[in-house]
Design a protein around this ligand. Structure first.
Ligand code: HEC
Ligand code: HEC
Length: 485
């Protein structure tokens, strides 16, 4: 009798719990299905859920099975992933080439005198295509509202996506892969032609040895040659920093685990694989600071020249020291801001002393010489500059208002600014660092994502976005001044 009563009790409690669980699930489902707005009305919010879901649309879950939304079973073996990626690559590249063709005139143009420091032709534009039936002059007469209304903002002025945005990761130009085959991915190739990229290898200028000029001896600094090239020229501390900067460390796509995008296992990438010779040759990845995935910004590698004269670092993060950014690059940016994946693939925990060495080395790198600038003011030396450059300088400091954000000597204000491109119907980027303009002729393509292939494009961009209404001759002069910086 006693036994039967306790059996009944257990049965009753179990049944009660089951009902409770089902009720909890159902009510949870309901709340998911019907998002409520802050004022309690169901279904009327500009939905955060929809924004998150966008991060999943089009994402290749086989790459990150942990990222798949509930109910999506997408775990493939490493071999299957590679096979699938390789077979999809031609279509991925074709889609990106189409996108570039729609945005830009991809012909390589040059002009006499427009050269980079070691003599490579500077790309001459504008390369950004105009919406059909309009001219730059006509477009510049319109207000942001009018441009937005007729969807008239040139597509090349809008965000430039990664070749495979849903997956992202570091991508290296083919001229570099030729010398360093370990930097080749099986799923994507680089998208821009070499003529829109900096010289390879770029020259190196040391703040401690201005008398020597370019100290690279025409080589790409790497683990194989850094000691031979720099021992005796820099301090032991700097040499140790340099050793770290040329050492490969694991990263999201380049690592020794099955979960990578290189055919063979890789030891990873070195800082100077991207910042080649402390400069850049256009390597790109996605910023680690934004989500969902499709909203992340493509990032064109910045030059590390003149780091000693910059007080904020990164397009979005505004980190306040080279030391902090050095640590951030390897621990966060290498792994898309996801430290769990970093642990899985082999994060390199650099200690603060090593960080200090790496940072010191970076701070020894100078801008390239600018023989037309007066060392006392950072402005043109009127005895050496051309008439065109002088007119450009007057505009830069006057009617064109560039100096409001780009002030000498490095031509930055160490601030972030929001250019609010959404006014024109484009995707706004929010605040972005004012990049330095010293040595700017050496680092096409321009802007954080490399959306502007030439300096002419940057001038057309600010003419339109700043409502400057510059004459054709003004634009030429302004570009000439930029090339002299
Ligand atoms: C994909 C190739 C890549 C690799 C590898 C890489 N970087 Fe960068 N680096 C970038 C990009 C892209 C930016 C621009 C980031 C931004 O704008 O937010 C950047 C920015 C920086 C900056 C800040 C520049 C500024 O003032 O805004 C520093 C400093 C830097 N990197 C140092 C390093 C160090 C040190 C390493 C190695 C630990 C490293 N980078 C590895 C691509 C790379
Ligand atoms: C309101 C501040 C502001 C003004 C005014 C301004 N800029 Fe900029 N400039 C920026 C910011 C911010 C960026 C980075 C934008 C990005 O990467 O999305 C930038 C980027 C650039 C770049 C590309 C730098 C690089 O490394 O890719 C060039 C070139 C440039 N500006 C030239 C000019 C010229 C010429 C003018 C005047 C006609 C001008 N800017 C006016 C803020 C400004």
């Amino acid at each position: 009798m006693k036994l039967r009563r306790s059996q009944f009790l257990i049965g009753f409690v179990t049944a009660f719990l089951v009902v409770l669980t089902i009720w909890a699930c159902v009510s949870d489902r309901n709340s998911l299905a019907q998002p409520t707005s802050p004022d309690g009305k169901p279904g009327s919010t500009p939905s955060i859920d929809a924004a998150k879901k966008k991060g999943f649309d089009g994402v290749d879950f086989s790459y990150d099975p942990f990222g798949a939304p509930p109910g999506q079973d997408a775990v493939l073996s490493a071999e299957q992933v590679m096979k699938k990626d390789v077979s999809e690559k031609p279509a991925v590249m074709k889609r990106q080439q189409q996108l570039l063709q729609d945005r830009y005139d991809m012909a390589c143009r040059s002009a006499s005198g427009a050269v980079m420091t070691k003599g490579k032709s500077q790309p001459v534009g504008p390369a950004v295509k105009l919406p059909s039936g309009t001219t730059w002059e006509q477009l510049a007469q319109l207000t942001p509202e009018e441009i937005k209304k007729k969807s008239g903002f040139p597509r090349g002025f809008d965000r430039l996506p990664h070749v495979k945005h849903a997956v992202g990761g570091m991508v290296f130009p083919s001229m570099q892969i030729k010398d360093f085959p370990r930097l080749e991915r099986f799923d994507v190739d680089f998208d821009l032609p070499d003529c829109f990229l900096p010289e390879f290898p770029p020259p190196i200028f040391l703040t401690t040895h201005p008398e020597l000029g370019d100290v690279s001896q025409g080589e790409v600094l790497s683990a194989e040659n850094f000691d031979r090239l720099f021992r005796g020229l820099i301090t032991p501390v700097q040499l140790d920093g340099l050793r770290m900067l040329v050492t490969q460390f694991p990263q999201e796509e380049f690592n020794a685990t099955h979960d990578r995008k290189t055919a063979k296992p890789s030891l990873g990438v070195a800082c100077l694989d991207c910042h080649v010779n402390f400069h850049t040759t256009g390597q790109f990845h996605l910023n680690p600071d934004t989500r969902p995935q499709l909203d992340r910004l493509r990032l064109d590698t910045t030059s590390l020249r003149g780091m000693y004269n910059q007080q904020i670092h990164g397009s979005k993060r505004s980190l306040r020291s080279v030391e902090d950014f050095t640590e951030f690059e390897q621990r966060t940016a290498y792994f898309n801001g996801d430290s769990i994946r970093a642990m899985k693939k082999g994060i390199n925990m650099i200690d603060r002393l090593q960080v200090a060495h790496m940072a010191q080395m970076q701070s020894m790198i100078d801008f390239p010489p600018a023989p037309h600038l007066d060392p006392m003011t950072g402005r043109l030396d009127r005895a050496k500059a051309t008439q065109m450059e002088i007119r450009g300088e007057e505009l830069f400091f006057g009617k064109a208002k560039c100096v409001a954000c780009h002030a000498p000597p490095s031509y930055t204000d160490h601030q972030m600014h929001d250019l609010q491109l959404e006014r024109f119907g484009a995707m706004g980027d929010g605040p972005i660092k004012t990049f330095v303009l010293r040595g700017i002729k050496d680092s096409p393509p321009y802007f954080h994502d490399g959306r502007l292939p030439t300096l002419e494009d940057t001038v057309e961009f600010f003419n339109l976005v700043g409502g400057l209404k510059l004459e054709a001759e003004d634009k030429k002069a302004l570009t000439a001044f930029l090339r002299a910086l």
